[in-house]
Write a protein that binds this ligand. Structure first.
Ligand code: GDP
Length: 425
């Protein structure tokens, strides 16, 4: 048996979903261990094109068991809507191939309300939340003020718990934000409506995974977002509200004792970043728009144009360290085929000094990118399937990144389709 985590090295949107969809061939279980439906993993395969938000990317493979672990932000309403879309496109979702932890906490409608209220209060200092309720949700989880999915099986206890939470939450909604209070009945009605739909899927997934380990099964852990959005290691406070790094996978999956044999870090061949926060190598104007259009860099969840720029070696090297990556999947190399010269942010200049190490988040505001150029390859590489067939200049670019970030680039992706990749030995 062997376990693997597929994680983002940068700011997210690196193409993790695409890599999970590809690599699930070798795995029996795919587990989402953190985050909510506030980002999207795009997968293109024989069923069509999908923007998955909360569903693990292994749902397309017959026989693979997909798990939402206890570390996830489980929004029943959003997941139900997402499931309907996927089922309509011919993908089977049953309690056999989708299992939800009884220990996962529920995102409640008030989390979304509070997210919107707080972003509005912050006005031009907003964090760039997608307003899916993720930050208020995780804050409540740390205060032990959430409802666990397993509580849906204990209706009397659930009503009492909801009563206590409503009384407490209304203090914030009305007192802090001057918003309308919520009622126990409205929350109970929502919980009953969606709870009934999900009860068949909810079980002790920790036990399922422990049994899987005993049976020698292979487990894939799927992260949402990237190292630089990790709550502890990212560009605070413009991070997500959970730990997206591989080290959290055992905790958030329900298999606390998991040993992760391989960490595949997904790196995009250039940089993109959605939302607010420092982004040292950012491009603006025509140059940016050209790259954005070439890579179709618009958010899977929100449609927001992504900020774009050259690959950032300083940030990528830091991301690789945070993840303990054992191999890299470099995606979207095909997008750079139009460039005469390939730009690389090799270092930062901070107050007149050149630096190689990713600095403290506040200091990022004082950093400027040092850009160097490599020769482009100027040919369509989307049909290339072997390393030997890649143009020399594309190989040089891949080898340069590999050397600078100190990690083997095992996969080079040259298109969104499942088979559009090169595996290096
Ligand atoms: P994730 O959240 O990390 O899974 O990434 P997203 O799905 O948000 O963004 C990645 C986007 O790039 C998706 O639209 C993918 O279909 C697409 N994609 C992934 N790999 C490649 C590639 O190698 N080439 C091209 N052209 N597109 C890719």
């Amino acid at each position: 048996m062997s376990n693997c985590a597929i994680v983002g090295i940068n700011w997210g949107d690196e193409g993790k979903g695409r890599m999970v969809d590809l690599l699930t061939e070798k795995y029996d279980f795919v587990v989402r261990y953190q985050g909510g439906g506030n980002a999207g993993h795009t997968v293109v395969n024989e069923f069509g094109k999908f923007a998955l938000h909360l569903l693990p990317s292994g749902i397309f493979r017959p026989g693979v068991v997909n798990i939402l672990g206890n570390g996830v932000a489980f929004d029943m309403e959003n997941l139900w809507n997402e499931m309907q879309k996927v089922v309509e496109q011919g993908v089977a979702l049953t309690p056999e191939n989708l299992k939800i932890s009884d220990r996962v906490s529920l995102v409640l409608p008030w989390h979304r309300d509070l997210d919107g209220l707080e972003e509005a209060r912050l006005a031009d200092k907003k964090y760039g939340s997608t307003k899916q309720g993720i930050a208020p949700f995780y804050s409540d989880k740390f205060q032990k003020k959430t409802i666990l999915a397993g509580e849906l099986f204990y209706p009397e206890h659930l009503r009492e718990h909801v009563k206590d939470l409503v009384e407490w939450k209304n203090l914030t909604l009305t007192g802090v934000y001057g918003a309308e209070p919520v009622t126990v009945e409205s929350v109970m009605a929502w919980l009953e409506e969606y709870g009934e739909k999900f009860k068949p899927f909810i079980c002790d997934t920790g036990r399922v995974l422990k049994n899987a380990v005993k049976a020698g099964k292979n487990i894939l852990f799927e992260a949402q977002l990237g190292s630089l959005r990790d709550l502890d290691y990212g560009i605070h406070p413009y991070t997500t509200s959970s730990n997206s790094i591989a080290a959290y996978a055992p905790v958030g999956s329900g298999l606390a004792s998991a040993v992760i044999d391989e960490v595949v870090g997904v790196v995009k061949a250039y940089s993109t970043c959605v939302g607010e926060g420092p982004f040292v190598c950012e491009w603006f104007g025509e140059e940016a728009q050209k790259l954005r259009d070439a890579g179709f860099e618009y958010g899977a969840k929100t449609g927001r144009p992504r900020r774009v720029g050259p690959i950032d070696i300083v940030a990528t090297r830091y991301g690789v360290e945070c993840q303990g990556a054992t191999a890299i999947a470099l995606t979207k190399l095909d997008v750079m085929s139009y460039m005469d010269k390939i730009p690389v942010c090799t270092r930062y200049e901070m107050n007149g000094q050149l630096i190689d190490d990713f600095p403290f988040p506040v200091a990022l505001n004082d950093c400027k990118p040092v850009i160097e150029y490599m020769d482009g390859w100027k040919s369509d590489i989307s049909g290339v399937r072997t390393w030997e067939d890649l143009p020399e200049n594309a190989k040089k670019y891949v080898e340069y990144i590999e050397k600078e970030i100190g990690c083997f680039i095992k996969y080079v992706s040259v298109g969104p389709e499942r088979d559009a990749y090169i595996e290096r030995k």
